[in-house]
Ligand binder design. Sequence first.
Ligand code: DGY
Length: 325
Amino acid sequence: MSKPKVLVTRRVPQECLDLLKKHFELEHYDKGTAIPRKRLLKSVKDKDGLLCLLTDRIDSELLAAGPGLKAVSTFSVGYDHIDVPACKARGVSVTNTPGVLTESTADFTWALLMAAARRVVEGDAYMRGGRYKGWDPLMLLGTDVFGQTLGIIGFGRIGQAVAKRAGGFSMRVLYYDTRRAAPEAETALNAKFVPLDELLRESDYVSVHTVLDEGTRHLLDDRAFGLMKRSACLINAARGPIVDEKALVRALKSDRIRGAGLDVYEWEPKMAPGLASCKNAVLAPHLASATLETRRKMGMMAASGLVDALICGARSPYAVDEQPA
Ligand code: DGY
């Protein structure tokens, strides 16, 4: 019997490919850049499954181009690039990689927070630029982290993992979400549920961990930056469009807020005009889950989602509509 046909849209860890090869006939766009849209639409034509990335738009056009598609698995926990209702309407299963990147993403959020707070990147440039002439009491002053207030927007798996780490810094933790967490979680993480505006007014660090949807697009805009403390930093390792990036550039340039640590961008991979010249922003190229261990696990999970759907004929535990909101 012939194997189901699967398209893999990017280079992925070898273990993931090995698992896929066992079960499927593969077409692999083995590159470090996104598959061109035209090529994607052409290649999906005769496929049963698709292993895609957050850089591939999975919409009605793509589903029409791949009438035989039965399963789409994304190598990411976020699936805002996939039109899930359209997939559902065509009986196409959608799986993602929940859980395995929680801790590495929370770690990286802290890397951004610490780097922004303590001006690590500016210090690095200072040294490399030969500008350091000896210890100076007023050189590159940052802001304290220990004992400060951390405001977390989006208190799911990753938001809670970020809160857990805040305990080590004796921080006060506030959070906002559309749904309040269980009382046990609040107690364990010493986190207080507050309205968004209160969180913005009170926090020294505001960290974004919500999903991107129509309710969260531009949640952080001019108005929000106007509410934040002038000494506060914004951290975003969730999705770029949650922040109005042009408004953020205005806030950073006018010292309306003190700094930012960003891993994601509104028009990724592009940045808003002026952002690159904001010295008070630490900028990373979407690295939060980028550890060897995590990317391997994500690859295996993404591949397993396709095996579940196309070989076992079973509902995958990684199906997006099986997961708690
Ligand atoms: C995701 O998985 O959604 C991240 O943005 C990339 O790890």
